[in-house]
Design a protein around this ligand. Structure first.
Ligand SMILES: Nc1ncnc2c1ncn2[C@@H]1O[C@H](COP(=O)(O)OP(=O)(O)OP(=O)(O)O)[C@@H](O)[C@H]1O
Ligand SMILES: [Mg+2]
Length: 250
């Protein structure tokens, strides 16, 4: 038997040929025009691009919140086409974690209750107790678990939201501008925590960000323009900043 190689690893995410059109009256917005994206387990990918380039649309499709008009999405080698709404909901709950700009915590639940909520919904409460301890430690919120969201800072709220996204041990975590409501210092801390979760616990993360510094925390930056991938840079490349300047300049 050969040892597994990168080439034989099943990707956490394989999206191929994604198209999405929005119809608004007489106008059709072709928001995605054939996007391919493969993410390996344990990889951290940042998506950048100008406003309206299709970043949120892409994350919605990858999150199975909306269906592509064309193209396919597989999670950990499992196709998602043709699943009915109930099956899609199950895949979302069991395989995906979401982090939003606005945190979206339940205000009258404690941090602990917010984090374990997806596990309770998935009937995995027992398994969640152990993961809660690990996640709270990894995210530095152990001493905040009995606070309600209103008693937490923005950065702490977002860390609770990240713990919630990870409680069911998802194949993929999707984050759309998770630092958009945070000051730059706190935003940087949140990205650093995602980075260390990827390094220490093998999380797999796709994050949309406008912040170059934040994007440089990832392994790879994918740049969208007009609904298509305009370029890609590895953050360990010596000329990554020059490559990014080129993308940003258009
Ligand atoms: N529900 C919708 N109905 C109609 N058009 C939409 C809808 N959602 C997005 N669009 C359009 O699709 C295009 C891509 O939008 P999207 O939200 O994906 O951009 P984005 O890159 O996330 O931008 P931003 O950086 O401003 O968040 C835009 O032209 C947008 O107006
Ligand atoms: Mg967006």
């Amino acid at each position: 038997m050969n040892a597994p190689t990168a080439a034989t690893t099943v990707p956490a995410l394989a999206a191929v040929g994604l198209h999405k059109r929005y119809v608004l009256g007489d106008e059709v917005v072709h928001a995605l025009r054939g996007v391919d994206l493969t993410v390996q387990p344990g990889e951290f990918v940042a998506v950048m691009g100008p406003s309206g380039s299709g970043k949120s649309t892409l994350l919605h499709l990858l999150g199975l919140l909306d269906a592509p008009d064309e193209g396919t999405i597989a999670l950990a080698g499992e196709a998602t086409e043709g699943l009915d709404d109930d099956a899609l909901t199950d895949v979302r709950r069991q395989r995906l974690g979401f982090v939003f700009q606005a945190f979206e915590l339940v205000p009258n639940l404690t941090a602990r209750e917010n984090v374990v909520l997806p596990a309770e919904i998935a009937d995995e409460a027992a398994a969640a107790a152990e993961r809660l301890t690990m996640l709270a430690d990894a995210l530095g919120i152990t001493d905040r678990l009995d606070h309600r969201p209103g008693q937490l800072s923005g950065g702490q709220r977002q860390r609770v939201a990240i713990a919630r996204a990870l409680i069911n041990d998802p194949v993929l975590v999707l984050a759309d501008e998770p630092t958009g409501n945070l000051d730059s210092h706190t935003g940087r801390e949140v990205l650093d925590l995602l980075r260390s979760g990827v390094d220490r616990h093998g999380w797999t993360v796709v994050v949309v960000t406008h912040d170059v510094q934040a994007a440089l925390t990832a392994d790879r930056i994918v740049f969208l323009r007009d609904g298509a991938i305009a370029g890609e840079a590895r953050t360990d490349a010596a000329d990554v900043r020059a490559q990014l300047d080129g993308f940003l300049a258009g």
